[in-house]
Design a protein. Structure first.
Length: 136
C-alpha cells in the first residue's frame, strides 16, 4: 500500500494495489499548479484510492472543460489531476510519502515546456498528450 499527504498534513490518502505509470507534464497549467518546471503525476485507479484524513480540506478547480485539479485548502499543495469519465486519475507524485516502485517513463506537452527548462533523460517525449490533444 502507498500513502501520501499534502504539505501541511491536513489531507492524507492511501492507495491499495499500487500506482500505474508515472510521467511529467510540461503544459503551462501544470507548471503553474505545481510552481515548477513541470508536474509529475502517477496514475491511480479510483477504486484503489481513499482519503483517510481531511476530505473536507480538499478544494477543486476546473482548470479546463472536463479537467479538475484538487489541492489542499490550507497549504495549497496540488493533489490530483482528474479528467471526467476516466477510471483513473493522476495523483501529484510529490505528495507520495512512500516509494511506489515506479519511475517517470514519459513526458507530455513538451511543446509547451518552460523556455528556461532543457529536456533531459531518456523518457519518451510527446509534443502534446496522446489522446488528450483537445484537453491539455
Amino acid at each position: 500500500m502507498d500513502t501520501g499527504s499534502c504539505l501541511c498534513g491536513a489531507v492524507q490518502y492511501e492507495i491499495t494495489g499500487g500506482v500505474g505509470e508515472m510521467g511529467h507534464c510540461h503544459c503551462s497549467m501544470c507548471r503553474k499548479a505545481h510552481g515548477a518546471a513541470f508536474g509529475t503525476y502517477a496514475n491511480v485507479n479510483w477504486e484503489q484510492f481513499r482519503v483517510t484524513k481531511g476530505e473536507d480540506m480538499i478544494a477543486r478547480y476546473e482548470s479546463s472543460p472536463g479537467t479538475t485539479r484538487t489541492f489542499c485548502k490550507q497549504c495549497g499543495a496540488t493533489l490530483q489531476f482528474i479528467t471526467d469519465g476516466k477510471k483513473r486519475f493522476g495523483i501529484a507524485a510529490g505528495t507520495l510519502d512512500t516509494d511506489p516502485g515506479v519511475r517517470p517513463n514519459y513526458q507530455i506537452w513538451t511543446s509547451d515546456k518552460a523556455p528556461w527548462w532543457d529536456l533531459t533523460g531518456t523518457n519518451l517525449s510527446h509534443d502534446t498528450a496522446p489522446g488528450l490533444e483537445k484537453n491539455p
